[in-house]
Design a protein around this ligand. Structure first.
Ligand code: 26Q
Length: 823
């Protein structure tokens, strides 16, 4: 069966070949004999780009003619990964390109490897944005992504002597064939300066911001090709440039502008992505980045709106909805108020009415250290008018609070946008909730905790505003493209349109017990494991046994994600094997990928420890037939695409209540990995889908975590009670893993014992270790395991990002699809 998508693009093999060769000659100035794989890659991209640009033109024309309502997805991060293979797939040209290049004596898979990842994001939040714009284009929804054109994306990770070293990422150094510069849409953005208060004729107070600095924003458009190749939306990323404007009057007046700050050169604004996920950094440049892309994007939206509707603001809320991906773009709320009140001269209530019908906000975290707060003083310096507007928003909001809870100052203090204290801080989460018409968490449990713990009074004040939209992933990239062997097998059983209707995978369930299908399914897994084993050999230089269980933990390194819980267990297995060479376990390879924020000491220590323990185990002939550890450096989207199809076991072991959703959990299960995990984030919903028999759930629940903490958690109790815990923690302090450097791994032990083990690693250790024994037992029963793996794939339909987008569209955005046709 062919997918039921009518493809618009018709280019055959010989035409494709001709286009590639033409670009080799005319775009790259080389020829077939001289070209290396990089040149072939660029020429292939350029050949594709002809199709893509045609798609953009048609899509934009269609949206314009239909005067469509559109969603504007504001995100400081878009973790796109590679685009060529995705664009070929979505245009249905993968096989055409493959054959064309083959005839030119070139291997498409080698060419695909030439593409640098577009790593303009840290992890989950940035990748979610990328999956969402894929779904939006696929579902033919009018949408645009807005973000920052970072010159350097997330750092490249090297491992030297076991430790993480950060190197600059240079994804654009040799040119990016996908991006299109749009100089006709350059915008200007103001910074610094002071606010002048004027009194108009009608007695109306007028505010005028005299900026100290103006920077230019240059838009670069990245095509977003929907599956089927009909709608091609764009991701618009802003690059900063100096405008040459510098207000010397403001500077000379003194006091308003700090001379030192003027040194924030315009070009530095979009230089580099901040690598601190889940921590609030409070850096001035970060705030400027946020404002810069929000201001450019709002101007862009308003320019487009005015082209169709002139100065009539009455239809703005019908045409525009803006989704804020976390609070990073929350400054857009006072910016829109400023435009409406100061520039368009609407009165406050009218302007606020518009704002609160345009913005919706997605929360991605409950961790207190990740909730953005900006010093009022910093806002005052960089965005003086915005701080005034925030105070006004807050003032009016406090009156509303007083109506609901008269005289209750405690509730006012909790709900105020302004946190009083040593230093006044602006709470961006509060601003986002107050300025939006909808607020969502990213998994059922997380959304419940957002309502109950993070914003309980907001929920009481505005019932229904806080809601859930469970995350999802695009099955085009995360199954069809990254796992072609499994995709073809699935096609044969359930038809080829599952990438658009992921629930169709349920059709696999009836084969879960079928021996032939089990064999085929596990054969594909075996092939994928061989491919990953080759990658491990190439990257780390050692062999792994593909009959071993491939146990995969891939995600940013953070204490709450508990890579160190996995590490303690690995050390315990090692110890059991040393104590008893006949210790009965199926061979296992533990495979990690993780970057640590450069300033996060303990996270880096954990990476170092994993690598040191790996060195020892991998070179210990007494155990390395049964146990290996592979830490693959520089985890990124393109590496994930190789690891995920090869995983038998998916590690999702965060402390309950801490992982908002997780999305790697969905990708791994979709590819037939079985989860070992806590009742956290989307794991709970995954368990609901696959059933308790097809997942290994262990550990404390959210309620138990809270009870244990309330009753006074004492990690030393576990240390003294469980000899294995004691042994492995003490082992960390010796120089066994770090010869000549005793104590090099001691910080981990310290954090777990002396610093209170905030994330309850020791409390969950025993349950984890038992669950791992269950995993071992289950794997040895080949049929049982195959069945579990198949059911995991079969039951992932819920987690397509198309479903997430449908939820947003129906419950929040109220958008209509706009089919793009030929011509
Ligand atoms: C904050 C301040 C300064 C610099 C950077 C940051 C920053 C950057 C990125 C803070 C947070 C992030 C990213 C957070 C993130 O990825 N959260 C994850 O979002 C996923 C998608 O919803 C969830 O699945 C994960 O559970 C959540 O951890």
């Amino acid at each position: 069966k062919k997918p039921n998508v009518e493809r618009d693009v018709t280019i055959n093999k010989s035409e494709f070949k001709a286009a590639v060769v033409r670009h080799l000659h005319c775009t790259l100035g080389t020829d077939e004999n001289k070209a290396n794989n990089h040149a072939w890659w660029k020429a292939t991209c350029s050949a594709m780009q002809e199709q893509v640009l045609e798609g953009i033109r048609k899509t934009q024309k269609t949206h314009y003619l239909n005067d469509t309502r559109a969603v504007h997805y504001f995100s400081a991060e878009f973790l796109m990964g590679r685009l060529l293979s995705n664009n070929l797939q979505n245009f249905g040209l993968f096989d055409v390109a493959n054959d064309a290049l083959n005839e030119l004596g070139v291997s498409l898979s080698d060419v695909l490897e030439e593409e640098p990842d577009m790593a303009l994001g840290n992890g989950g939040l940035g990748r979610l944005a990328a999956c969402f714009i894929d779904s939006l284009a696929t579902m033919e929804l009018p949408a645009i992504g807005y973000g920052i054109h970072y010159e350097h994306g997330l750092f490249r990770q090297e491992i030297q002597g076991g430790a993480q070293i950060e190197r600059p990422d240079s994804w654009r150094d040799y040119g990016n064939p996908w991006e299109i510069c749009r100089p006709e849409s350059i915008q200007e953005v103001s910074l610094y300066g002071y606010v002048e208060t004027k009194y108009g004729e009608n007695g109306r107070i007028q505010k005028e911001w005299h900026p100290g600095h103006i920077v230019k924003g240059i838009p670069w458009d990245i095509p977003v090709v929907g599956y089927g190749g009909k709608t091609v939306n764009v991701l618009r990323l802003w690059q900063s440039k100096s405008s040459g404007y510098f207000n010397w009057d403001v500077f000379n007046a003194g006091g308003y502008v700090d001379a030192q700050v003027e040194n924030v050169q315009a070009e530095t604004i979009s230089k580099v992505l901040y690598p601190n996920d889940e921590t609030e950094a409070g850096k001035e440049l970060r705030l400027i980045q946020q404002y810069f892309f929000c201001a450019c994007s709002l101007k862009d939206i308003i320019r487009r709106y005015k082209r169709a509707h002139g100065d009539d603001w009455s239809r703005f809320i019908d045409q525009v909805v803006i989704q804020l991906n976390d609070t990073h773009p929350a400054i857009a709320i006072p910016e829109l108020m400023r435009i409406l009140v100061d520039r368009a001269e609407l009165d406050w209530d009218q302007a606020w009415g518009i704002c609160t019908k345009v913005f919706a906000y997605t929360n991605h975290t409950l961790l207190p250290e990740a909730l953005e707060r900006w010093p009022a003083r910093m806002l005052e310096k960089i965005l003086p008018r915005h701080l005034e507007i925030i105070y006004e928003i807050n003032h009016r909001f406090m009156k509303e609070v007083d109506k609901k809870w008269p005289g209750d100052n405690a509730v006012k203090a909790r709900l105020s946008i302004i946190e009083e204290g040593n230093e006044k801080m602006v709470r961006m989460g509060h601003l986002s909730v107050i300025g939006s018409f909808a607020v969502n968490g990213v998994a059922e449990l997380h959304s419940r905790l957002v309502k109950q713990n993070l914003f309980p009074e907001f929920d009481a004040l505005w019932p229904g505003k806080l809601t859930n939209v469970t995350n999802g992933i695009t099955p085009r990239r995360w199954l069809k493209a990254c796992n072609p062997a499994l995709s073809k097998l699935i096609d044969k059983k359930v038809g080829a349109d599952w990438p658009l209707e992921l629930k169709k995978l349920e059709g696999l369930e009836k084969y879960a017990g079928n021996k032939t299908f089990q064999k085929q399914f596990m054969q594909v897994k075996q092939q994928n494991k061989q491919l990953l084993a080759a990658e491990i050999k190439e990257s780390l230089g050692f062999d792994v046994d593909t009959n071993a269980i491939f146990d995969v933990q891939i995600k940013r390194l953070h204490e709450y994600k508990r890579q160190h819980l996995a590490l303690l267990h690995i050390m315990a297995l090692y110890r059991r094997l040393l104590e008893n060479p006949d210790y009965d376990m199926h061979p296992r390879v533990f495979i990690f990928g993780a970057k640590a924020a450069p300033g996060y000491k303990l996270a880096k220590d954990i990476i170092y420890a994993i690598n040191k323990v790996a060195d020892k185990i991998n070179n210990d002939a007494r155990v390395n037939q049964k146990l290996k550890v592979a830490f693959l450096p520089n985890y990124r989207v393109s590496l994930a695409e190789k690891m995920i199809p090869a995983a038998d076991v998916s590690e999702q072991i965060s402390t309950a209540g801490k992982e908002a959703s997780g999305t790697g959990n969905m990708k791994l299960a979709l590819n037939g990995a079985v989860t070992i995990g806590t009742l956290d984030g989307a794991n709970i919903e995954i368990a609901e889908e696959v059933g308790d028999d097809n997942i290994f759930i262990f550990g404390l629940t959210v309620d138990e975590v809270n009870e244990l903490k309330a009753s006074g958690y004492k990690p030393y109790d576990y240390y003294y009670k469980n000899p294995e815990i004691k042994a492995v923690l003490d082992w960390l302090e010796t120089d066994y893993f770090t010869p000549g450097k005793p104590g090099a791994l001691a910080s981990i032990k310290q954090s777990l014992l002396d610093h209170g083990d905030q994330y309850l690693v020791l409390a969950d250790y025993e349950a984890y270790s038992k669950a791992q024994e269950e995993v071992d037992k289950a794997y040895r029963d080949k049929e049982r395991w195959a069945k579990m793996a198949i059911i995991n794939t079969a039951k992932m339909g819920k987690f397509t990002s198309d479903r997430s987008i449908r939820d947003y569209v129906e419950r929040i955005w109220k958008l209509n699809a706009c089919p793009v046709r030929k011509g």
